[in-house]
Design a protein around this ligand. Structure first.
Ligand code: SAH
Length: 264
């Protein structure tokens, strides 16, 4: 006999997404006795707690909302931000380029708002973050807990420090960077990564990618590549089947390389 499926109905304290008829999205933290207010009345949280995902709710003045759990992508776009986040279109490819696997020991710097951190953690990595700003470090930990609870945060530790000054860890599997001068981290990464370890850096400007690539040439790293990810949505509505009029033309460049063993 197969086991009963787990109960996935909404519970008190979790964050959910309410979507209205115009597809506007609201991130709401459920609390017993609480109310979600809009200009067209309110929805009691008690109507949502215990309901299944996809439940349709009606406000006191007749507005209709559908309730879902936010996906990681929804959450990244809606969560409170200190620093600019890496967008979902780049977060997915970073997981592949860094070849993140369950249990991978990853150093991430800086952590900013924690969007990349929660993506790495969710893929099963054990993440140490180096973040120079204490307020951002605290915000990132808060965001990780808001998304995945204490369970996701179990494999997450953030230290307030400058990664340009060095990395204390050794035998790391991966290093993932999102900061202004990733080339300054290359000599530290050579010490901290194990042979075969992977370095990935996200840089908004191509000049940053070029400077990193130049630094990688004279290093123990090999197989360096730089790419960008273009994401073009399509409108599919009856006879109107065409690319969306608007597109995010640029976010950042992704550079990755692998560390070779040190020659004897
Ligand atoms: N990837 C993050 C955003 C990072 S923004 C996300 O997806 O949410 C860049 C971060 O790098 C900022 O928080 C900044 O404070 C931090 N930073 C800049 N220089 C640094 C350094 N030398 N050492 C550690 N962190 C640094």
């Amino acid at each position: 006999m197969s086991e009963a499926p787990p109960d996935r109905s909404f519970s008190d304290g979790e964050q959910i997404l309410l979507i209205d008829r115009k597809k506007r999205r609201y991130l709401v933290t459920l609390a017993a006795g609480g109310e979600f207010h809009t200009h067209s009345g309110f929805v009691p949280h008690d109507d949502i707690i215990g309901a299944p995902e996809g439940a349709v709710l009606r406000s006191t003045r007749g507005a209709v909302f559908t309730a879902f759990r936010p996906t990681l992508s929804d959450f990244v776009l809606k969560m409170p931000r200190g620093a600019q986040v890496i967008y979902p279109k780049d977060l997915g490819p970073i997981l592949m380029l860094a070849d993140v696997f369950p249990g991978a020991r990853v150093l991430e710097s800086g952590v900013g708002s924690g969007a990349l951190s929660m993506t790495l953690l969710r893929a099963g990595a054990v993440v140490t973050g180096y973040e120079i700003r204490g307020d951002f470090a605290a915000r990132a930990v808060k965001n990780v807990k808001a998304f995945g609870g204490e369970k996701l945060a179990e494999n997450y530790r953030v230290e307030e420090r400058d990664v340009y000054e060095g990395i204390d860890l050794r035998g790391l599997d991966r290093i993932v960077l999102d900061l202004p001068e990733p080339w300054q981290v290359v000599p530290h990464a050579e010490e901290a990564l194990r042979p075969g370890g992977i370095l990935v850096a996200y840089t908004p400007a191509i000049t940053q990618a070029v400077q990193l690539r130049e630094r990688l040439v004279d290093s123990g790293f090999e197989l360096a590549e730089t790419m960008e990810v273009l994401h073009r949505g399509w409108n599919i509505d009856g006879m109107s089947v065409r690319p969306d009029h608007r597109m995010v033309a640029h976010t950042g460049f992704l550079t990755h390389a692998r560390l070779l063993p040190t020659p004897d």
